[in-house]
Write a protein that binds this ligand. Structure first.
Ligand SMILES: [Zn+2]
Ligand SMILES: [Zn+2]
Length: 226
């Protein structure tokens, strides 16, 4: 699934559906603050199994990767961290503080369950609710959206009307809450209070399945009513 960058905007987002759980990972880029002609800054958001297509896209587009941001630390979102950070050696790994220990813990990141324990590099920076991040000319707010996992986060760019929500909210569905650290009430609260309160036209780019919007989910999501 590829979302073409909208030419009228500063922001480009390409999605990659990777691995056996069909996890959506994203390359997000924005015009550089530096003078025209300098490479666009980019983030890689989540790195599932076999992230080679993302690495190739960053190189083909000539982007300057500034961080690998993890929406949460389940194995299907972190299995490719080491491959990505090997490709871009000084790339820092950012994750919510509540999952700071999960990259090094195959029980918590669930990789042990599948029989192939995975530990991933990082974290280099711990994110918290309300943190403001800059990507080139764009500004992003970290929203803590726990419930699917305790450190689940959303990256929200108000001016570009985009939100990368990880496994909190899907088109017509929500993240599962039966995994260790999951909490259905907390997930419903995250969705109602942190996501449904965003502008309705906000594009929602989830960790699985197709893109949607805040307005569409608030009107029609059968699991968490607006
Ligand atoms: Zn997950
Ligand atoms: Zn997932």
């Amino acid at each position: 699934m590829v979302t073409s960058p909208d030419k009228s905007r500063n922001l480009g987002i390409e999605s990659f559906t990777l691995g056996p759980y069909e996890t959506n990972c994203y390359v997000v880029w924005a015009d550089s603050l530096e003078e025209k002609g300098s490479p666009s800054a980019c983030w890689i958001v989540d790195a599932s199994f076999d992230p080679a297509p993302m690495i190739a896209s960053v190189r083909r587009r000539g982007l300057k990767p500034e961080a690998l941001i993890l929406t949460h630390a389940h194995v299907d979102h972190i299995a490719g961290v080491n491959e990505v950070t090997a490709a871009f050696p000084r790339l820092p790994v950012w994750i919510h503080a509540d999952e700071s220990a999960w990259l090094a813990d195959p029980m918590r990141n669930l990789s042990a369950l599948g029989g192939v324990p995975i530990t991933a590099r990082g974290p280099d920076r711990l994110l918290r609710d309300g943190d403001m991040l800059n990507l080139g000319t764009t500004h992003w707010r970290v929203l803590h959206t726990p419930g699917h996992s305790p450190g689940g986060l959303t990256l929200w760019c108000e001016e570009e009307q985009a939100a990368l929500v990880g496994d909190a909210l899907f088109a017509g569905s929500v993240g599962r809450t039966d995994l260790p650290g999951g909490d259905p009430r907390e997930l419903a609260r995250s969705i109602r209070e942190r996501l449904y309160t965003l502008p309705p036209q906000t594009r929602v780019m989830p960790g699985h399945g197709p893109e949607t919007t805040i307005g569409r989910e608030r009107m029609s999501n059968p699991f968490v009513r607006g």
